[in-house]
Write a protein that binds this ligand. Structure first.
Ligand code: PLP
Length: 343
């Protein structure tokens, strides 16, 4: 990896962050008259903990990483934006990403005026590591990977991810939004070996909390410290922190959901494979299924008329004719299957 300070944008390297009232005094006091809050309407009258200490402590236990290696944001989307803002000088630096993949890397880069070079996956949706590394230049600060990948659903080979981490001088962001559904292990436990690795996870999928907007980034503490410096001081609100702590007390709830969704996924795939209009159901390590059909638009519109919404991915690179279907409750999947039976 390049020296950390060389990777950072100069203005971020030199940034003196906003110091909030809760930064200057964060202990347990009896009387808080420091932040111009309204003293009534507790507990919502108080600013949230800017460093989300209690929540990070709990997440640290669950994920088996130190709290200093955790950044929490308003969804993974905040972490995606922040990693770009930390390292990429607008108009000068660039990032490399795969195609097809999650759309937010491109959008966040566009907003920050950062060029994205996209490298196609192979025909079987694997990483083309030589082309990925070959697409980088001296201004490439970040490579975005997503495993299991959206919308293809597959995990990339560990040795391919390792090749990218070892072969690139800059930051590798590995988005593991769907890792709880996957048989593969998370890269979290390899954080100490890779100073250039940023792992993203989220409460929006397996944890069932897309509505509270809570995303996680894990990295070595020098990177996390920079993220903390440039985020909005109170980026994770009181309600979100409370609700997440509540859910995390229920130890095996997420595992139960995952177990049930994986069983449902198997049932759904078996059913889809029997359909004439389905040319192929791609293997998936996530809570969605990608299938190929000669008539994606027709099937999409038919289902919309039945008030069932899936995702038409047929205009996406390598996904010609493809539809993406999220695994729902048993009742929802039944409705989908019944509707398709009458197609
Ligand atoms: C759904 C998804 C996310 C989640 O984003 P949040 O902002 O945390 O809701 C992140 N990455 C990928 C690839 C996704 O599909």
């Amino acid at each position: 990896m390049k020296p950390f300070n060389e990777l950072l944008r100069p203005n971020i390297r030199n940034l003196k962050p906003y110091s909030s009232a809760r930064d200057e005094y964060s202990g347990a006091a009896a009387v808080f008259l420091d932040a111009n809050e309204n003293p009534f309407n507790a507990p919502y009258n108080r600013y949230p903990d800017p460093y989300q200490r209690e929540l990070k402590k709990r997440i640290a236990e669950i994920k088996k990483v130190a709290a200093e290696n955790i950044f929490l944001g308003n969804g993974s989307d905040e972490a995606i934006d922040i990693v770009i803002r930390a390292f990429c000088e607008p108009g000068t630096d660039n990032v490399v990403s795969i195609a097809p993949t999650y759309g937010m890397y491109q959008v966040a880069a566009d907003i920050n005026n950062i060029k994205v070079t996209k490298v196609l996956l192979t025909d079987d949706f694997e990483l083309d590591t030589d082309s990925l590394l070959g697409a980088t230049d001296e201004h490439t600060k970040i490579i975005f990977l997503c495993s299991p990948n959206n919308p293809t659903g597959n995990c990339f080979r560990q040795e391919d991810i390792k090749k990218v981490l070892d072969g690139f001088e800059g930051i590798v962001v590995l988005d593991e939004a769907y890792i709880d559904f996957a048989p593969e292990k998370s890269w979290l436990k390899k954080l100490t070996q890779y100073p250039n690795l940023v792992v993203l996870q989220t409460f929006s999928k397996a944890w069932g909390m897309a509505g509270i907007r809570l995303g996680m980034a894990f990295a070595q503490s020098n990177i996390i410290n920079v993220f903390s410096k440039i985020k909005y001081p109170y980026n994770v609100n009181v309600l979100t922190q409370q609700k997440a702590l509540e859910l995390l007390k229920e130890n095996d709830k997420m595992q139960q959901w995952v177990h049930e969704l994986l069983e449902e996924r198997t049932r759904l795939i078996e059913n889809l494979k029997t359909k004439d209009f389905v040319q192929k159901v791609f293997p998936t390590d996530a809570n969605f299924v990608l299938l190929k059909t000669p008539e994606p638009k027709k099937i999409y519109n038919y289902l919309v008329n039945r008030k069932i919404i899936i995702r038409d991915r047929s205009n996406v690179a390598l996904c010609e004719g493809c539809l993406r279907i999220t695994v729902g409750t048993p009742e929802e999947n039944r409705e989908l299957i019944d509707a398709l039976a009458e197609l």
